[in-house]
Write a protein that binds this ligand. Structure first.
Ligand SMILES: [Zn+2]
Length: 168
């Protein structure tokens, strides 16, 4: 009985080790692949995206670039309305969740439901939560945990990745 139980324990330990390493190796890859899961209608080639977007918008949306702070007119936009993805026009944020973060980028404390997806990026070595339009996969910005209430989140968005539609 004792030896059987030892074998089971060893198997269980081996399983835990393999499973543990599996998570270690596969989880980051799974997260990194998130922005590729765009809607099939929006799986455009690089050349097609270049035709649709300005060079600056292409760099941000399709190559995860970051615009210069205070460069977007949307940073100071205060009208009531909706912020849409500049790549595919999906509504991403309401003006009701916009706030002045002082960073020089349009900032929101909450996206619209089912509008964005996130992944972890290591561009600055320290892991950051990148987010993108759930439909076309276009990069929008990064999410931080120092935002205002009620969510405590700060969605730091590139203005060039958005188009604003005033309500009136
Ligand atoms: Zn989009």
């Amino acid at each position: 009985m004792q030896s059987n139980s030892m074998i089971i324990n060893r198997r269980s330990l081996l399983f835990k080790i393999i499973f543990g390493y599996g998570i270690l190796f596969f989880r980051p890859k799974h997260l990194m692949a998130a922005s590729l899961n765009s809607h099939p209608d929006w799986s455009l080639s690089k050349a097609d995206w270049k035709k649709r977007l300005s060079q600056e918008a292409f760099t941000v949306l399709r190559e995860e670039g970051t615009e210069r702070p205070f460069s977007s007119p949307l940073n100071n936009e205060k009208r009531i309305g909706t912020y849409h993805c500049a790549g595919c026009d999906l509504p991403l944020f309401s003006s009701t969740s916009k706030f002045d973060s002082g960073t020089g980028w349009p900032s929101f404390w909450e996206p619209l439901p089912d509008a964005i997806a996130t992944k972890v990026d290591f561009k600055l070595i320290i892991p950051r939560t990148e987010y993108h339009c759930i439909r076309c996969g276009g990069h929008q910005g990064h999410r931080f945990d120092d935002g205002p209430r009620p969510t405590g989140k700060r969605y730091c968005n590139n203005g060039i990745a958005l188009s604003f539609r005033p309500l009136s």
